[in-house]
Design a protein around this ligand. Structure first.
Ligand SMILES: C=CC1=C(C)c2cc3[nH]c(cc4nc(cc5[nH]c(cc1n2)c(C)c5CCC(=O)O)C(CCC(=O)O)=C4C)c(C)c3C=C
Ligand SMILES: [Fe+2]
Ligand SMILES: [Fe+2]
Length: 344
């Protein structure tokens, strides 16, 4: 056995309830939505909103949906694919590395994963938040939590963080490969539906206050002003994928799903875009969901069931969902490059 210290890789996904029951979903939603980076309003107002309204009203509804996507053997799809990603990455990196998986909310917690890693006297730790595009509510929150815990360690290994991988070539190729499993000529439009965010959170990532999204060129290029803008990174991911598929500008649209609450979120909303496309007579849509690296409630149910039904009720015929990256070997290769900090 080698005495050499291993290098640590910490994969962090968002999190999922422990079970599809109302109490577990409520626990998950409360921890998630009480994060000040997710609902960025003062503590007292956030507590009223989350504990008083959202957790109580949303938990039973969400639990019913989780029940429909929960696999009897493997449980939550997000957890299932995250575990596979961890195991396949470990296999690919070999013995010199130790790969841990944590969830930002619920289990396995970042605290438990880091406590295991602390005992291993690792040479270095590289943290990979599993979100292709940076948002303070996701990657920002993961990095924040890891720093909060690690700063208490007596010894501090070399630590690095992946901020985003929105233009990663292998990631984009994997989405393109999954789209090609369908006959692309069958569809009359291609939709790129990203998880939404409250508009208020966009400008906050530029401390100079220059970022006015989307006027700062966020839909066409990445600049030093919009480098951390979630919208700009969503457009960058879309450009990387459509280039691989040879799609022209008029063949595809970008939109944002999952709005929660009453304040304005990033537009266009997926629901509005689907109305628009149906009104214009489009019938068959292929939908990508590249804010996620694994299928989850937001892809399987929100796109695959909710939006698909909505589009059909408006006169559309078909909504097909491009499978997420899941356990595709090309995506694992991309994860390996992120772990090794190697560009493709
Ligand atoms: C204020 C609310 C929310 C913000 C901001 C938000 C940002 C955000 N979330 C993801 C990724 C995922 N979100 C998931 C589920 C989910 N998200 C919210 C709310 C906000 N997300 C809720 C209430 C839920 C729970 C589901 C529900 O009740 O409908 C998931 C899936 C979890 C699963 O178990 O399958 C992911 C993944 C991103 C990338 C993002 C900002 C860019
Ligand atoms: Fe979310
Ligand atoms: Fe922007």
């Amino acid at each position: 056995m080698s005495n050499k210290a291993k290098k640590g890789i910490l994969l962090v996904q968002l999190g999922t309830p422990d079970s599809p029951t109302t109490p577990d979903v409520k626990k998950y939603l409360t921890e998630f939505l009480m994060d000040p980076r997710v609902i960025d309003i003062p503590y007292f107002q956030r507590t009223l909103l989350v504990k008083g309204i959202i957790a109580r009203t949303r938990a039973p509804k969400s639990a019913k949906i989780y029940e429909t996507i929960w696999d009897k053997k493997t449980g939550s799809p997000l957890m299932h694919y995250s575990i596979l990603q961890r195991d396949l990455l470990q296999e690919s990196l070999g013995d010199e590395y130790h790969v841990e998986l944590a969830m930002r909310y619920q289990n396995p917690s970042i605290e438990a994963a880091l406590s295991k890693m602390e005992g291993m006297l690792l040479e270095s730790i590289r943290v990979i938040p599993l979100f292709p595009q940076y948002a303070s509510a996701t990657s920002g929150s993961v990095i924040d939590r890891v720093m909060e815990l690690i700063r208490k360690w007596s010894y501090l290994p070399e630590i690095s963080f992946v901020s985003n991988f929105c233009t990663d070539e292998l990631m984009a190729e994997t989405f393109a490969d999954h789209a090609r499993k369908y006959d692309l000529a069958h569809f009359d439009h291609f939709v790129f539906s990203y998880h939404g965010l409250p508009v208020r959170q966009l400008g906050k990532v530029d401390p100079t206050g220059q970022l006015k999204c989307p006027e700062s060129g966020c839909d066409s290029c990445k600049t030093n002003v919009n480098a951390y803008c979630y919208v700009s990174q969503c457009y960058a991911t879309t450009r990387t994928i459509v280039e691989k598929l040879g799609l022209q500008k008029e063949q595809y649209s970008l939109c944002f799903q999952s709005r929660l609450g009453k304040e304005p979120w990033i537009q266009p909303y997926t629901s509005d875009l689907l109305h628009d496309l149906a009104t214009k007579g489009y019938k068959k849509l292929l939908v990508f969901s590249p804010a996620f690296v694994a299928d989850c409630i937001e892809t399987i149910d929100e796109i695959g069931v909710e939006y698909a039904n909505e589009f059909k009720n408006l006169g559309g015929e078909e909504v097909c969902l491009v499978e997420s990256l899941n356990d595709d070997p090309k995506w694992i290769k991309s994860l390996k490059q992120l772990a090794l900090n190697a560009k493709n």
